[in-house]
Design a protein around this ligand. Structure first.
Ligand code: FAD
Ligand code: SF4
Length: 478
């Protein structure tokens, strides 16, 4: 522990960002570096906890965070770099784009702003490159074995580097025309400039890793070929299956998957030209981004730089609180409102909004018809047995939307779907999902349709309600 009183003396200082007015005209990185003295003060804030939650609970690769914080405070940058590389192949990348669960689980964050761990990581890594300390580490002896890695995203690249350093001959097969996976063709340049990846690839080539691009394993080369030619095969193909919205009007022009849009822009920044007719651009358009997560935020940032007239972003979940809720305590990942650099650049956000359909006319204008999402207000209910359910809040009918979106169309009455059921009482009872029918729930004084009946029969189900925190996976239903 460098400075026992560090966290009491120094306030958290985040790395400066380029002003929004300037950065929306280019795709260069937004975050800048802290001066060395300021960074050392930030490292001095680390308390070197007996049980470092940043390392043991927060960091997925178990970075030796308190140790390299201490080294930075003492000015021992090279030692800090060695400690950083002991657990992490690409700290210059995680230092830029990691969501930093280490910071949200930092002990200091119980009642103070956390240590600026991600920024310290980034600057140690960059110092290593500047000083020429980050060099290829070719294996001292060859094992005589061969390994194939399918996919060149961060998972494949890290595996390839580790295998090559163990003396194995490694070939990385990538079906795209460039190496990097989503680092290359998903994350925008304003978060991660691509020379950062290229610099690391040069190091890997010098360590003996071979890269073969435009090779679709399974199509261009068979599994049989791979098994005959290699002693081991690493499958790191990632997932490129988008989650579709199967609502009426989805087939209209002008509705795109995020990855198609983001990939195209990264290609443009890399100097590629997009064939006419395939271009997706937000220039002079009103843009609606469906989904309030990081990928949606990346789309917002791209749309702003492409010159969109208006950008809206909608999210099906309720607006998160500004601070942790009682059932979401430290050191778990905080489910709180986050405002990304793209949001700062200008975007209107709305929560509790679900897409019912898209409306428009096919063939209206050069760019296709204007597609609009219709919105209805909903909230997620926390169920007794810890499973996710959707509860309709506005039984009285559709609500006016926020932020100028088109008002929802009147719907035919169906129980539990936003409109009041006006059918005769007896018919009403016989229709709708089982747990929406009136019956024992009402006799127990519970609200109609609030719990599926089966959850009430589970022992202890009602006792646990509201106490058990939901994981992000449970929250999103994935
Ligand atoms: C838009 C977007 C933004 C993101 N931003 C962040 C962020 O800021 N911070 C963060 O921590 N995470 C972010 N993520 C998540 C992160 O990018 C992924 O978790 C990570 O890239 C997964 O790495 P991977 O190596 O498993 O797969 P990928 O990066 O998807 O790489 C898989 C590679 O395998 C290739 N491949 C697939 N099939 C074959 C085949 N048959 N033959 C040869 N090659 C094949 C693909 O072309 C691809 O290049 C983001 C994700 C997206 C989509
Ligand atoms: S939890 Fe925070 S204060 Fe404790 S060792 Fe990690 S970075 Fe330092």
């Amino acid at each position: 522990m460098g400075k026992p009183t560090g966290f009491m003396e120094f306030a958290r200082q985040d790395a400066p960002k380029r002003p929004a007015k300037e950065r929306i005209h280019d795709y260069r990185e937004i975050e800048q570096m802290l001066p060395e003295e300021d960074l050392r003060r930030q490292a001095a804030r680390c308390m070197d906890c007996g049980i470092p939650y940043c390392h043991a609970h927060g960091c997925p690769v178990e970075n030796l965070i308190p140790d390299w914080n201490d080294m930075v405070y003492r000015g021992q940058w090279r030692k800090a770099l060695e400690l950083l590389h002991a657990t992490n192949n690409f700290p210059e990348i995680t230092g830029r784009v990691c969501p930093a669960p280490c910071e949200t689980s930092c002990t200091l964050s119980i009642n103070e702003p956390a240590v600026t761990i991600r920024q310290i990581e980034r600057q140690i890594a960059e110092r290593g490159w500047q000083e020429g300390w980050t060099l290829p580490q070719p294996a001292t002896h060859k094992s005589g074995r061969r390994a194939a890695v399918i996919g060149s995203g961060p998972a494949g690249l890290a595996a390839a580097q580790q295998l090559a350093r163990r003396g194995h001959e490694v070939v990385v097969y990538e079906k795209a025309d460039r190496v990097g996976g989503i680092l290359r063709y998903g994350i925008p340049d304003f978060k991660l400039e691509k020379w950062v990846i290229d610099r690391r690839l040069e190091q890997m080539k010098a360590e003996g890793v071979f890269f073969e691009t435009k090779v679709d394993a399974g199509a261009d080369i068979s599994a049989g070929y791979l098994r005959r030619s290699f002693d081991a095969i690493v499958l790191a193909a990632g997932s490129r299956v988008p989650r579709d919205l199967t609502v009426p009007g989805r087939e209209l022009k002008g509705i795109h998957f995020a990855m198609d849009y983001l990939t195209q822009q990264n290609r443009r920044v890399a100097g590629d030209s997009i064939p006419p007719g395939e271009e997706i651009t937000a220039f002079k358009k009103k843009v609606l981004v469906i989904g309030g997560g990081d990928t949606g935020s990346d789309c917002v940032g791209n749309a702003r730089r492409q010159g969109a007239m208006e950008i809206h972003q909608i999210e099906i979940l309720d607006q998160p609180p500004d601070e942790r809720a009682g059932n979401n305590p430290w050191p778990n990942w905080p489910l709180i409102l986050r405002t990304s650099s793209s949001h700062e650049e200008g975007c209107r956000r709305a929560w509790s909004v679900t897409t019912r359909d898209f409306v428009g006319e096919e063939g209206g204008g050069e760019e296709g018809p204007l597609c609009q999402g219709e919105v209805g207000r909903r909230e997620w209910g926390l169920p007794a047995a810890g499973r996710l359910r959707l509860r309709v809040r506005d039984r009285g009918g559709p609500r006016p939307p926020r932020h100028g979106l088109r008002p929802p169309r009147a719907r035919s009455p169906r129980p539990g779907h936003g409109a009041r059921d006006r059918r005769p009482r007896q018919r009403r009872r016989r229709r709708g999902p089982r747990h929406h029918r009136a019956g024992p729930l009402r006799r127990r004084g519970l609200r109609h349709g609030r719990f599926p009946r089966r959850t009430l029969h589970q022992p202890g189900a009602t006792r646990r309600r509201g106490r058990r925190p939901l994981s992000p996976q449970q929250m999103t239903g994935s």
